[in-house]
Design a protein around this ligand. Structure first.
Ligand SMILES: [Zn+2]
Length: 131
């Protein structure tokens, strides 16, 4: 049985895609962090001001929670991208972790961190669901 893998040219292309993703997320995270700091400073300023409204602070809190949830998701995605890059390095990138066949290039272009075929993942989800 031959081990299935993408050729070096294709792997190189996906490495570039993944590195782009990583840069983009890092920029997003930096932006989010600076926005978050700004919100906290604003909220602190509001507390000492005369125009202090409970409702406004509540909205800020919800905003901040949303932002940190977003940052959390981005951080998770970032670690997935790093894992995918490691798979590019050992040339196992694009191989379905369930059936061992190559994942269609089109799917990887749309979702560069995909580890499974859509159909394999669905089957697995169903199995988990039935357990
Ligand atoms: Zn598969």
């Amino acid at each position: 049985m031959t081990v299935k893998k993408f050729n070096k040219t294709t792997l190189k292309k996906f490495r570039a895609t993944l590195l782009n993703e990583r840069n983009r997320i890092n920029e997003d995270l930096d932006y989010q962090k600076s926005e978050l700091n700004k919100t906290i400073t604003d909220a602190a300023g509001e507390l000492s001001s005369a125009t202090y409204h409970m409702a406004d602070v509540g909205t800020d809190m919800a905003e901040r929670e949303k932002t940190s949830l977003f940052a959390h998701r981005q951080a998770k995605y970032l670690s997935d991208v790093d894992e995918a890059l490691a798979r590019v390095d050992d040339e196992s990138y694009g191989v379905c972790a369930i059936c061992g066949d190559l994942i269609e290039e089109g799917r990887l272009v749309a979702a560069p961190i995909a580890k499974y075929h859509v159909s394999c993942k669905e089957t697995q989800n169903q199995r988990n669901h039935n357990q």
